[in-house]
Design a protein around this ligand. Structure first.
Ligand code: FAD
Length: 288
């Protein structure tokens, strides 16, 4: 099922993100968790794509296929292009077609100095155009409520985002954020720029200290005082920090549903208990 059809049916879509196991872990490490994650009945599940692609793309595609065939839940495959040639993207698209995956999140990917940069695709909008010319795929794109870290300003970032939508991106998924006002303000700018496609809000429950440190250095999300207070208060108690992080995410999601956003995309971090607790807390909201 194409994601655009889901948005036509639901007031607020509720979807999940999972990631394939690291090269050092067994593939079974995710399959054993998928039963519980799928039991939360998200509207669709997206699967991340390792930087550099290569063999990792097969794992991502296999997970997407399993999600669709075993659980009957639509999947969306992330696909990056910064380290890929047109030929290698073409090869991945053939696998995607063979596996009957209909939805692709087209991404540039982070520029990693250790990996050879390819120049066939400079930005995600070029990948969107390329995919659209090669099959009947639903194509989505990423967006950044606080601006992409490389962007000169939030305005130039939104104008670049418009190029991605004009190239054919039919739905956007946001980077994580901890202050809903940031998302609403970004959404307003996107609408003013003429972007009309559904925009899903990306929510990451913070459940341990290492995760926070990693996140702040990689995605640059700002931390509101209320959130920092919570971290400081509970940083020495893993259980309390997890409970508080889940409650914080639920609070954000309730507000997003109340404001009638197009969708909420939950970064599950492959943690079934976190996905379950949050899904249960917002279950009745999803049917309103
Ligand atoms: P782009 O849209 O190309 O934007 C990158 C920068 O270039 C921005 O500053 C933008 O303003 C600018 N720009 C865009 N288009 C143009 C243009 N035409 N001309 C000039 N400037 C332009 N990474 C992974 O490796 N694997 C994943 O699975 C993955 N999943 C993600 C899922 C989500 C929801 C998000 C938000 C990010 C994800 N990422 C993933 C990270 C992402 O790859 C990085 O944030 C990357 O740095 C930018 O990717 P993009 O597709 O947003 O790039």
């Amino acid at each position: 099922m194409k994601i655009s059809e889901i948005f036509n049916e639901k007031k607020t879509v509720f979807s999940f993100e999972v990631f394939p196991p690291k090269k050092t872990s067994s593939i079974d490490s995710i399959y054993s968790k998928l039963d519980d994650i799928a039991a939360c009945k998200p509207d669709f599940i997206s699967v991340t794509y390792g930087a550099g692609g290569g063999g990792a793309s097969v794992l991502t595609a296999e997970l997407c296929r399993t999600i669709q065939e075993k659980y009957n839940i639509p999947s969306m495959m992330h696909l990056t292009c910064v380290n890929s040639s047109k030929e290698s993207v073409e090869d991945v698209l053939k696998v995607i077609q063979e596996y009957k995956i209909e939805n692709i999140l087209a991404l540039r990917g982070d520029i990693v100095p250790e990996l050879p940069r390819q120049t066939d695709f400079m930005h995600a909008n070029e990948l969107v155009t390329y995919i659209k010319a090669r099959g009947d795929f639903h194509v989505s794109g990423a967006c950044y409520p606080e601006g992409h870290p490389e962007a000169e300003s939030i305005v130039s970032d939104v104008l670049n985002l418009k190029k991605k939508v004009d190239a054919g991106a039919q739905h956007l998924v946001s980077q994580l954020f901890f202050e809903n006002e940031m998302f609403y303000s970004f959404q307003e700018k996107a609408r003013l720029s003429g972007i009309t496609v559904p925009i899903e809000a990306g929510i990451m429950p913070v459940v341990n200290k290492a995760q926070i440190e990693r996140m702040v250095t990689t995605c640059g999300a700002s931390l509101p005082p209320k959130f920092v207070k919570m971290l400081t208060r509970f940083e020495h108690s893993p259980e309390a920090l997890k409970d508080a992080g889940i409650a914080y995410a639920i609070d954000q999601i309730v507000d997003l549903f109340t404001q009638g956003v197009d969708g909420v995309h939950l970064y599950t971090m492959n943690q079934p208990d976190v996905a379950r607790r949050i899904s249960e807390a917002v279950a009745s909201l999803r049917s309103c």
